[in-house]
Design a protein around this ligand. Structure first.
Ligand code: B1M
Length: 232
């Protein structure tokens, strides 16, 4: 069957998800939007669509990017298609009416322009009741400092997807220490090349494997922060 003949709405769930992985791979924005809506109409939760159709599709793209089968222009199209799907899910993930939890400033660090994971974390944090100030990509330490001064967040989140940019997280944390504000903040870090050990080494409060872990960790550390301030 050629691509033109595939009618997404006629595919059973598993084939539709498979087709969405292919469409994400091919950077087909409209098809991803359509597939996202169909799964939602069939009763899938926004989180299931996000993880099973979109994030999994991007994982496959990542493998072929690594292996030199896909190149930057193609991956940009995939990223575009992914973002189109995320735009549909965003209001659904965000408007959960969850009680207010706290405030987070989040950004991708200097030298790094990957933002899909960071956006996802922002969305999920908003959905869990956090106010999120998104600094976007390629942030030097000054951007974090300015945002901290302006917004007085509880949490600072940093994202890095490159092994060359992840060390910059330490620059930011060391600067927070120099300014004497490190201990007022919960610092969370994340991104595909990081791990728990790296999070500890740079002095973060926690490394978050994915967006769901970021939400759980943020809630847990906020609870502890409140307990500590109540005890003093
Ligand atoms: Co780039 N890229 N890329 N890329 N890219 C990777 C990261 C890479 C692993 C691909 C590969 O080789 N397999 C590789 C890095 C290798 C390395 O460093 N060892 C790579 C490379 C090399 C590059 C370029 C250098 C390529 C080039 O120019 N030759 C270049 C660098 C540009 C730059 O930043 N200066 C580049 C460019 C690009 C595009 C622009 C084409 C595009 C980005 C588009 C965009 O983001 N708007 C892109 C993409 C899409 C990828 C891959 C394929 C997918 C990343 C992604 O969006 N994943 C990626 C391959 C991979 O990661 N496997 C790759 C989906 C997303 C949901 O997952 O971002 O991991 P992730 O986020 C997760 C968790 O990590 C965590 O939660 C998220 C959701 O669950 N998390 C956090 C992330 N941030 C968090 C922050 C937190 C908490 C949790 O704060 C509290």
């Amino acid at each position: 069957m050629s691509d033109e003949e595939i009618i997404l709405s006629e595919l059973p769930d598993d084939e539709l998800v498979q087709q969405m992985h292919d469409d994400l791979y091919d950077g087909l924005k409209e098809e991803i939007e359509e597939g996202t809506r169909i799964l939602l109409d069939r009763g899938w939760s926004p989180y299931e669509v996000l993880t099973q159709a979109l994030v999994e599709g991007m994982r496959i793209v990542g493998e072929d990017f690594r292996d030199g089968i896909l190149f930057v222009p193609e991956v940009l199209l995939s990223a575009n298609a992914m973002k189109a799907g995320m735009n549909i899910l965003r209001p659904l993930l965000v408007e959960t009416g969850a009680p207010k939890q706290g405030k987070m400033v989040i950004g991708t660090v200097k030298g790094d322009i990957h933002d899909i994971g960071k956006n996802l974390v922002g969305m999920m944090m908003e959905g869990a009741g956090f106010e999120v100030i998104d600094l976007g990509i390629n942030n030097p330490v000054e951007n974090y400092l300015d945002a901290i001064e302006k917004h007085q967040p509880d949490i600072v989140g940093m994202s890095a997807l490159l092994t060359t940019t992840m060390p910059y997280m330490k620059v930011v944390i060391d600067t927070l220490k120099e300014k004497g504000i490190r201990d007022d903040l919960i610092v969370l870090v994340g991104g595909a090349p990081l791990n728990e050990e790296f999070g500890k080494a740079v002095g973060a409060d926690a490394y978050c494997r994915d967006a769901a872990v970021a939400v759980e960790t943020a809630k847990e550390l906020m609870k502890r922060k409140h307990n500590v301030s109540a005890a003093v």
